[in-house]
Design a protein around this ligand. Structure first.
Ligand code: NAD
Length: 398
């Protein structure tokens, strides 16, 4: 099959196996170029390990710290005439690179919110690793089935209290127009918290603690975002922000639960980046395009891998996590510097369809988006036939 991108709104319905492998290889090279992470994690569980921040966390732990990794994700395998999702190919590539480097890597494709997947993963940790010393929680999902009641919660991206009107980018055409988003209604907030809040992170931690597979000194980290005031109605103060507040509530509860082990739970606030999850949020892609332009010009632009490498190397494992007043790790620090925010803010007020090519990094946005699905990578022959139905080594053994 010859595989080309097929974009539908804010998703791409195809992915390229060799392209995803090249994307993973590039990320590995970034980590390796920075040398080993001193005293880094050795046995790592990443929940949401196949794309975005979770994939980069897994790569940074494995190739920066020689860690054995277990990854959990929800991806669709390929068929003879239909490509897999990108996370499937990313994981295949990751496992192959890990094996070549002599690193243990095992993966689980299933619903991380379910009791079954938790039980399977706990058993694998017991059998293969004994314990884990780092647990990364990096799920982004539009829905969650409650493991006890069976209720299906749906997460929504809406403002709270009042409607919100602001500039918005059509990421396909580059047109900057205005969007109005109606406020949350009914139990939108409760449902979004149930999907993207901390309940499932706590259930994972409880299951791991109960099984005795958390090592002394274990750390666990979940990811959040704050961003600039212009996006607060849709993000920080919106339904998703309520879920992130819940994540912080759970972080404090987990600190108490992990204290007997000398362990620690963290919320890490990461930079706004193009991922499958963030491209679905209104307004944010325009902000990201303006941000990329400013940070690239300043020489401080990072992608997921640089962020996650810095999180491990310069926060979680250097003895100096530099928490903010609320106890959160901030690797969004470079995004949030006053000079970056002043320039992005000024351009935000000026930007329109005509000047967007000058003020924003549309090319960067679009190429980052395509790269998520393995398109536009150097050294990949996109005109060549490729087999979309390739497997993930550890899943084939299972
Ligand atoms: P992503 O879409 O790239 O990754 C989501 C991961 O979750 C994938 O591995 C996917 O397979 C997995 N997943 C989804 N549903 C699952 C399920 N039911 N069972 C098992 N696995 C499942 O998203 P991302 O942007 O990397 O987001 C990860 C975290 O980082 C989120 O908490 C997000 O809010 C946070 N974050 C993202 C940004 C950003 O700009 N992208 C910034 C700061 C924080």
């Amino acid at each position: 099959m010859i595989i080309a991108p097929k974009i539908r709104g804010f998703i791409c319905t195809t992915a390229h196996p060799e392209g995803c492998a090249a994307h993973v290889a590039e990320q590995i090279a970034v980590v390796k170029s920075r040398g080993p992470i001193t005293n880094g994690p050795q046995r790592v569980l990443v929940i949401g390990s196949s794309t975005g921040y979770g994939l980069s966390s897994r790569i940074a732990a494995a190739f920066g710290s020689n860690a054995a990794t277990i990854g959990v994700f929800f991806e669709r395998p390929g068929e003879a005439d239909r490509t897999a999702t990108a996370g499937w190919y990313n994981t295949r590539a990751f496992e192959k690179e890990a094996a070549a480097a002599g690193l243990y890597a095992r993966s689980f494709n299933g619903d991380a919110f379910s009791d079954e997947v938790k039980t399977e993963v706990v058993a694998a940790i017991k059998a293969d690793l004994g314990q884990v010393d780092l647990v990364v929680y990096s799920l982004a999902s539009p829905r969650r089935t409650d493991p006890k009641s069976g209720e299906v919660y749906k997460s929504v991206l809406k403002p709270v209290g009042a409607s919100y009107t602001n500039k918005n980018l059509n990421t396909g055409t580059g047109v900057v127009n205005e969007i109005t988003i109606e406020p949350a209604e009914g139990d939108d907030i409760r449902q979004t918290i149930a999907v993207m809040g901390g309940e499932d992170w706590e259930l994972w931690t409880d299951a791991l603690l109960e099984a005795g597979v958390m090592a002394a000194g274990v750390q666990t980290v979940a990811y959040s975002y704050i961003g600039p005031e212009v996006t607060w109605p849709i993000y920080k103060n919106g339904t998703i922000g309520k879920a992130k507040e819940d994540l912080e509530r759970v972080q404090r509860a987990l600190d108490v639960k992990l204290a007997p082990l000398g362990g620690k739970a963290w919320v890490s606030v990461n930079k706004a980046l193009v991922t499958q999850a963030s491209s679905a949020i209104p307004v944010v892609p325009l902000y990201i395009s303006l941000l990329y332009k400013v940070m690239k010009a300043e020489g401080t632009h990072e992608d997921c891998i640089e962020q996650m490498d810095r999180l491990l190397r310069e926060r979680l494992y250097n003895g100096d996590p530099q928490p903010d007043a609320a106890g959160r790790i901030r690797v969004d620090d470079w995004e949030m510097t006053p000079q970056v925010q002043a320039l992005v803010g000024q351009r935000w007020s000026e930007v329109n369809t005509e000047n967007f090519p000058q003020l924003g990094d549309f090319e960067g946005y679009q190429s980052s988006f395509l790269r998520l699905f393995g398109f536009g990578l150097t050294g990949v022959d996109y005109s060549a036939e490729t087999d979309p139905a390739v497997g993930i080594p550890s899943l084939e053994l299972a």
